[in-house]
Design a protein around this ligand. Structure first.
Ligand SMILES: C[S@@+](CC[C@H](N)C(=O)[O-])C[C@H]1O[C@@H](n2cnc3c(N)ncnc32)[C@H](O)[C@@H]1O
Length: 287
């Protein structure tokens, strides 16, 4: 059951978690990540072992190690947010190959809704069944597209909008056009009972200037890669502003905050600066 299309990004994140799990000082241990990558039949160029000396590996591998380090921080931060929230209804949108429904120790009576495309949801369910892993929670996979009406699909799976929900948007917003991001955030506001929480990874903003448009157009002309999708991501809504306007209490957490909190510096002075450019996170509570 191979994974295709945008689901491939979920395999890349799983590969990063497999690598994190192999570190001598892991922030997260995901016992299934490596098996999921193998079963996906997607060739992800991630190194499979953490090197003894990072200075000894080629620059391109160093950048993948940097990416994996960021994913380790992100995964651990969101694990900790969910543990601290302790809510009995959790909704993970664009859940990919997230194994929290097997990995975390959930309070009794918790339901976790995992929403992604049918291919990704079926692949995860099928592979975890095949390896004999049992969820530690009432896991409810929901096959849906968040850019189309999705509320009825999650409600049909048992989701109760009047109850407090812990929402997780991890690595999802960057894949959505700005107007789809705005609509999704509005849906979340509408589906949240009092006491709901959210942890949202921001999509880094591309500001809409003539220079940006020209740069993207030049890139498209040179490579043949259509740029319309990137233009659609220009000036995305700020989740902090949307949720604050809806009356939620909001805090911004930067990647630098997480580096400090978990004593895990990203090697940002190395050749790749992508991680330093990321937009960080928004955490919010509906009072
Ligand atoms: C980078 S992966 C992140 C997966 C997971 N949150 C994690 O951190 O491991 C992005 C995920 O978003 C899903 N996704 C992208 N666009 C989507 C959409 N319109 N509706 C539902 N899921 C979507 C993809 O299928 C993919 O699994």
């Amino acid at each position: 059951m191979p994974v295709n299309g945008v689901g491939v990004t979920a395999v890349a994140v799983a590969a990063a978690r497999a690598l994190e799990s192999d570190r001598p000082d892991p922030l997260v241990v995901d016992p299934w990540a490596a098996a999921l990558v193998r079963a996906s039949e997607v060739a992800v160029p991630f190194p499979e072992r953490w090197p003894e000396d990072i200075d000894e590996v080629p620059a391109v591998e160093q950048s993948m190690l940097l990416g994996a380090t960021y994913i380790g921080l992100r995964t651990r931060f969101i694990d900790d947010e969910l543990r601290a929230g302790g809510l009995r209804q959790v909704a993970i949108l664009g859940s990919g190959l997230d194994t929290r429904s097997w990995r975390l120790d959930w309070p009794d009576g918790t339901c976790v809704y995992e929403l992604d495309s049918p291919d990704v949801v079926d692949f995860l369910t099928g592979t975890m069944d095949a390896v004999g892993a049992a969820p530690t929670v009432d896991r409810r996979p929901v096959a849906a597209d968040v850019t189309a009406p999705w509320a009825s699909a999650i409600v049909r799976s048992g989701f109760r909008p009047a109850e407090p929900t812990h929402w997780v948007l991890e690595g999802l917003l960057p894949y959505l056009a700005a107007h789809d991001q705005a609509a999704l955030l509005d849906d979340i506001v509408d589906l949240s009972g009092p006491g709901s929480r959210a942890v949202i990874e921001r999509a880094p903003a591309l500001t809409d200037t003539p220079e940006t448009r020209e740069r993207l157009q030049t890139f498209a002309a040179a490579t043949g890669i259509p740029f319309d999708e990137l233009l659609a991501r220009i000036d995305p809504p700020d989740p902090a502003a949307v949720l604050a306007a809806a009356g939620w209490s909001v805090a911004a957490i930067s990647v630098a905050d997480l580096e400090q909190r978990y004593d895990r510096p990203l090697l940002a002075d190395r050749s790749v600066t992508a991680a330093a450019d990321r937009g960080g996170f928004v955490v919010a509570i509906k009072g």
